[in-house]
Write a protein that binds this ligand. Structure first.
Ligand SMILES: C[S@@+](CC[C@H](N)C(=O)[O-])C[C@H]1O[C@@H](n2cnc3c(N)ncnc32)[C@H](O)[C@@H]1O
Ligand SMILES: Nc1nc2[nH]cc(C(=O)O)c2c(=O)[nH]1
Ligand code: SF4
Ligand SMILES: [Mg+2]
Length: 284
């Protein structure tokens, strides 16, 4: 399902698309400087802005669906998707719930939750690419843990190359966001020769579907997962498990029809399994 498609010697310039970090200073090495810095050692003393750490649960989305996983969710995002299901880690109104944590403290919590048994750690957010994760990845690897990162592909980091899986989830028109294709390419380049790179595109409508096809044409070596949009994401204010599952499943049936009608047989259509199991509940 996942592929290690691109070679390390394909490196090029990195770009940032982080003009709006939602009032959050990136407190990390800028990408241009990171080109020359071994992040895993340079960020040992850094703190990361963490919204929540939870698990073990199963990965509910994309290429690693079903895999036991601990989630580390960062606070802050340079995007504001209209349908974001994780606003408590995006909206600056919830900043006071985000804690600065050292790499050592995050690692201690991951070890505690997993009982010291190695598993996949999913770095999500918000946009986890804002935070300096190189040291955590290096530390976890020494203990046999694997790391996946979920990002919209707007900010590239040199530590992407140390990941095991990079999930790039560029945002379709319904999100209200505009994809910076150079930044997305920079993410692929940053990860080249390292992790498996997979695409995960949320689809709500025909325009989103056309966008997903365009992304796949642009990055033909990468496996594509299509994810039906959840039309009833939780409100920003609190964890609300109420979800219109009927609407989500109808969305998925429509998407399966679209893919099969088109004979897009290399794409995989997957639900948000955790939403099917627990609705919009947080921390699962
Ligand atoms: C909350 S985001 C965090 C990581 C990163 N900011 C990103 O968007 O890739 C994790 C995943 O949830 C997806 N997602 C967010 N809201 C959704 C919704 N209402 N329906 C389906 N997927 C959604 C995103 O597209 C992304 O693939
Ligand atoms: N079980 C589960 N799977 C997920 N896959 C992506 C998630 C996310 O919010 O990034 C997520 C999440 O929050 N829970
Ligand atoms: S990029 Fe991800 S976390 Fe940020 S607003 Fe969009 S879905 Fe939410
Ligand atoms: Mg989620």
């Amino acid at each position: 399902m996942v592929c290690r498609a691109l070679s390390r010697n394909n490196r090029g310039p990195r770009q940032r698309n982080a003009e709006n970090l939602g009032g959050i200073s990136p407190d990390t090495t800028p990408v241009s400087a990171a080109l020359t810095l071994p992040d895993a050692t340079d960020t040992q003393g850094a703190t990361l802005r963490i919204s929540e750490i939870f698990g073990p649960t199963i990965q509910g989305e994309g290429a690693l669906i079903g895999e036991p996983t601990v989630f580390v969710r960062t606070g802050g995002c340079d995007y504001r998707c209209t349908w974001c299901d994780t606003l408590h880690a995006v909206d600056a109104r919830f900043r006071d719930t985000w804690r600065p944590m050292t790499t050592a403290a995050i690692w201690a919590e991951v070890e505690r939750l997993s009982g010291g048994v190695p598993l996949t750690v999913s770095l999500s957010g918000g946009n986890p690419a804002i935070q300096p994760f190189g040291a955590l990845i290096a530390l976890g690897h020494r203990h046999g843990y694997r790391f996946a990162l979920e990002t919209q592909g707007s900010i590239a980091r040199d530590w992407f190359a140390a990941l095991d899986t990079l999930v790039l989830s560029p945002k379709p028109p319904s999100s209200g966001m505009t994809t910076d294709w150079a930044a997305l390419d920079a993410c692929v380049t940053a990860a080249a020769g390292g992790p498996a790179i997979v695409l995960k595109v949320v689809v709500f409508d025909d325009a989103d579907y056309a966008f997903a096809r365009a992304v796949a044409r642009r990055l033909p070596a990468l496996p594509v997962c299509l994810q039906p949009g959840n039309p009833t994401p939780p409100p920003a204010e609190g964890p609300d498990p109420a979800v219109d599952l009927g609407a989500s499943l109808a969305q998925m049936r429509w998407l399966v029809g679209r893919v099969t009608d088109d004979r897009w047989f290399s794409a995989r259509v997957l639900p948000q399994l955790h939403v099917l199991l627990w609705g919009n509940l947080r921390g699962v």
